[in-house]
Structures are given as C-alpha cells and as structure tokens.
Design a protein around this ligand. Structure first.
Ligand SMILES: C[S@@+](CC[C@H](N)C(=O)[O-])C[C@H]1O[C@@H](n2cnc3c(N)ncnc32)[C@H](O)[C@@H]1O
Length: 245
C-alpha cells in the first residue's frame, strides 16, 4: 500500500478539528429549520458528519471520492445509531450533481482547499436554499510577515493560502454574509490528527528502515508536523460561517 495511505489509514480525522469546534461553528449558523438537510463536502472518516447528525437531528449527505472513507463512515453511523440521518455519496466536490437549492446548509472541514476557497464558495452557492448557510474550515495566515522558513514551506505546499481579512473579503464578494469565524485551537491539530500521525510515522519508520524512498515520504509527513510545532502562532485552520445573500 502507498505510504500516504499507510500513514492516513483509519485515523480519527483527516485534518485538524474536533467535535467542540464543529459544535461551535454550528452554533454560528442562523435560521436553520428543524431537521435541516446538510451537505458535508469532503467528509473523510466523518467525525464531523456524526457530530452534525447529533447536533441537527437532520439529514446529512456526506460526499467524498475515497470510497473506504464512505464505507467506514456508514459503519460508524450504524454503530452510533445515526444511520437514518446519514447518506454517503461518492462524488467529486467540483462536479456535485444535486439540484439547485437542495440544502439548508453546506459544511466542509479541511477540504475546500482542494477546489480553492473562492471557487468552492462560488460553486456551491447554487446548492443552498435562499438564506442557507455555509461553514468551512480553511488554512489561514494569522499574522503578516511570517518567518522565511514557514513562508517558504507553505509557499510550496499551499500557495493560495490567504490571511483572515482576505478570506473575509472573498466571503463578501462571493455573495455571503459573514456570520462569524474562529481560529481552531492547537488541540484541534494535535489530539485527533498530528499526534496519531506522529505515532504512525514512527512505527512506519521502523517498518521501512531499509527503504530510502519510504523514509523520504515519512520525513515529509513529519516535517509538516514539525512546522506546526514551531510556527503555530503564524497560521491555523480558521472556521468561517456565512449565510447566502
Ligand atoms: C483533508 S481531508 C478532510 C476530511 C474530513 N473533513 C476531516 O476533517 O477529517 C480531505 C477530504 O477530501 C476528500 N477529497 C479529495 N478530493 C476530493 C474531491 N474532488 N471531491 C470530494 N472529496 C474529495 C479526501 O478523500 C478527504 O477525505
């Protein structure tokens, strides 16, 4: 199996986050009906999908292109007694074929970067009912003039990364009202994401001790974690909540 999938297989999450942040972001949304219909884009293993089902009591349509994530999520939903609230769909976020105005809210944790923040906001808007809400988390510069090492790192890994103010301006120009935002705390990065990754990387380093190509890939995974450990004051995932206008 590819080293990437060996690092990521069966992690609790596929990006920084927590049930606490999902709850906090859900609390920012306005005007949701009882039992809303929510699209969760790039759901991954679906920790936030389960929490959304619990919070909303509605119907969550969870979309991803990696079928094993969708299968795992369907199992977890069954175990949690939430199967009747969650539908999994294998579909690309850049070609969602739901009719216009299908959803009361759209959710996406750590995944809109795949399309691009602005492209996602603009492209998904047609899927929202009038006044529908969107909540997304996006990697964001928290302060200007970051040190060269971290600017160069993210300049290579995610060149479109923007500042908070730039993202707020995009929200407005894409036809949404800002409902609030918050910086995700360090525990969102460590508890269910980077600590499990570090543990997995250490084990795989021992397993592939004599494989230089695998060691190089594992070093890249560790480097991302080390960058956050050193430069967490300069960037983070930020949760943005907004309402279609
Ligand atoms: C960084 S992970 C975030 C997963 C999850 N939301 C979480 O926070 O744990 C991004 C997810 O997007 C999915 N993905 C990648 N390309 C996609 C696409 N074109 N359409 C839909 N999902 C995609 C990946 O399979 C992965 O599950």
């Amino acid at each position: 199996m590819d080293i990437f999938f060996q690092v990521h297989k069966d992690l609790p999450r596929e990006g920084p986050g927590s049930d606490g942040s999902t709850r906090k972001a859900f609390g920012l949304l306005k005007g949701l009906p009882l039992n809303p219909r929510i699209l969760d884009v790039g759901c991954g293993p679906g920790m936030q999908t389960l929490e959304l089902a619990r919070l909303s009591g509605g119907q969550i349509v969870a979309v991803d292109t990696h079928q094993p994530f969708l299968d795992d999520l369907a199992c977890r939903a069954q175990q949690a007694g939430l199967a009747s609230h969650i539908i999994t769909v294998n579909q690309s976020m850049s070609a969602l074929d739901f009719p216009d105005a299908s959803f009361d809210a759209i959710w996406s944790e750590g995944a809109i970067y795949i399309m691009g923040f602005e492209t996602g906001l603009r492209g998904w808007k047609r899927l929202l009912k009038p006044g529908g809400c969107l909540a997304v988390s996006e990697l964001t510069w928290l302060r200007p003039a970051a040190p060269e090492e971290i600017t160069a790192y993210w300049g290579r890994e995610y060149p479109p990364m923007k500042s908070l103010d730039e993202n707020l301006a995009i929200i407005q120009s894409a036809g949404y009202r800002d409902l609030g935002h918050f910086v995700q705390p360090p525990s969102d990065w460590w508890d269910a994401y980077y600590l499990p990754i570090e543990k997995r990387v250490a084990a795989l380093r021992r397993q592939y001790a004599k494989d230089p190509a695998a060691q190089a890939q594992l070093a890249e995974h560790q480097r991302e974690v080390d960058m956050y450990r050193k430069y967490a004051d300069w960037y983070s995932y930020v949760f943005y909540a907004m309402q279609s206008v």
